[in-house]
Design a protein around this ligand. Sequence first.
Ligand code: AMP
Length: 213
Amino acid sequence: MRIVLLGAPGSGKGTQAKKLMADRNIPQVSTGDMLREAVAAGTRFGLKAKSVMDAGNLVPDEVVLGIISERLSQPDAADGFILDGFPRTRKQAGDLEELLDQMGTPLDTAVLMDVDFEILMKRLTGRRTCSLTGKLLNVYFSPQQELDACTSAGGELIQREDDNEETIRNRLEVYRENTEPLIEYYGKRDKLTTIDAEGAIDEVYERLLAALD
Ligand code: AMP
């Protein structure tokens, strides 16, 4: 199964991709995660990407295409993959189509995860990671006892550097301008399925599975 998860920042692509990865045994390929790894590794390229990411802007298309083509040629992606956060521009979508054509493994479907703007803002501004367990939490939506469990065990609730309000507004604007046109792109190719991505994680996951079957 080769799928693209399409949706605004905060629509839950990463969360759902991880669940699907565990169930179907195909890798989640997240350009955001791979870029953050490069930043953490402190390479020269990582340092350059960091300022772009901190501002909520897009890393150049050629850079992400390079990362993606290398990643998709790894053996664990031979039987399928879940693309999370890629493609994000019309150019990236075209390049992906070309790459998959060359590999003889066309995309099965692009799933649009639809979430209301106000909910996106709360999901993003409230998003935290527990420094001890790596668990994703949200100060608005997670049960208080889960938040307390992290801090009382000595952990910290860490906010992603690009999850501050100013950067979030820009990321959503960048999404509207650059990524939303991909809805039409995949619609025209008859590859688009839209799911309601509001509500509990497990409910959304059920809708995702129904859309894929
Ligand atoms: P994400 O974790 O998907 O929200 O991505 C975090 C940041 O990484 C984005 O705001 C961009 O700066 C960068 N990024 C991730 N994926 C892409 C992509 N496909 N094209 C350009 N920039 C990207």
